[in-house]
Design a protein around this ligand. Sequence first.
Ligand SMILES: *Cc1c(COP(=O)(O)O)cnc(C)c1O
Length: 355
Amino acid sequence: MIMRGWEGNIRKVVPYTPGEQPKDKKVIKLNTNENPYPPSPDLMRAVKEWDGDGLRLYPDPSAEILVDAIARYHGVYPEQIFVGVGSDDVLAMSFLTFFNSSKPILFPDITYSFYDVWAELFRIPYERLKLSEDLSIVPSDYFKENGGVVFPNPNAPTGVDMGLDAIEEILEHVRDVVVIVDEAYVDFGTRTALPLIKKYENLLIVRTFSKSRSLAGLRIGYAMGSPVLIKYLNDVKFSFNSYTLNQPTICLGAKAMEDEEYFQETLRKIIDTREWAKEELRALGFSFADSKANFIFVKHKYCPAERLYSELREAGIYVRHFDQDRIRDHLRISIGTQEEMEILIRFLKEYLSSI
Ligand SMILES: *Cc1c(COP(=O)(O)O)cnc(C)c1O
């Protein structure tokens, strides 16, 4: 390929590939871990009643009402909350702010595939540490010298979670750099590491409204940590873009934190459906690590993942396949509504018995 002279001086990066968003509404969408249930009726009402008069003004750059609502919900100080445009924005800002060492940052070899993209983008050296055979994170691997640590808990796309003891073990060994725990799926049944932020000033917890709160379309993510950590994060954010969250998002996000009852009910439904789906999938010859997230990472005993992926797609059921070493034989299936999962299971039953 011929490269023009100026192209040699460009910051080049291989971008992250998001899951597909089909235009066809009839598709059963189990490919991006969104919530199959709508936002709460209260939130829907607030959307309808939104008054656009204020839009000629810039939004509040500190997103105070949203920050306050999140702080109140978690029982921490507003100075311990940082908000961004989805947790992807929060994580990107965190990589830029905290991973500034010449030593490699550490994360699992099988994990959220955006981590290595940000590391490449920001020229952060990194090392991927191999998950064990049963797809769990081995805490002692993270004790060595490093420039920072990041992992999701539960991990994605495996769904496997880690106890607080194991996280604290890592924190005990990693004192001079920042440790980021990405809790995108924590609400689906994993214990949060939030209590540890009092004890470890270098611990940052990252959350999102996209999965458990049914608001992927709004784009809200946040981080919690010691006030000093959050201050550094805000210094970088305000050196980059002051107005990240827009007015409606700030307002609706604050409102969404009030719907605890609806939130818990939705979580309960998804967890129940997940446990039901595990039984059904096992009976059909699938194996998987025990998922604590809103997806199951499955492997079939004889049917290749890629073939199942295409067959499902043909039938209007979208799941996610990663063409990557060690996980090429797996599919990640998001938990939909009970009805959607019943359609999936019925299709698999018929298809697998026909081959
Ligand atoms: C979905 C996901 C995110 C990003 O979520 P947004 O808030 O929608 O940007 C971050 N981390 C993990 C592990 C995820 O699965």
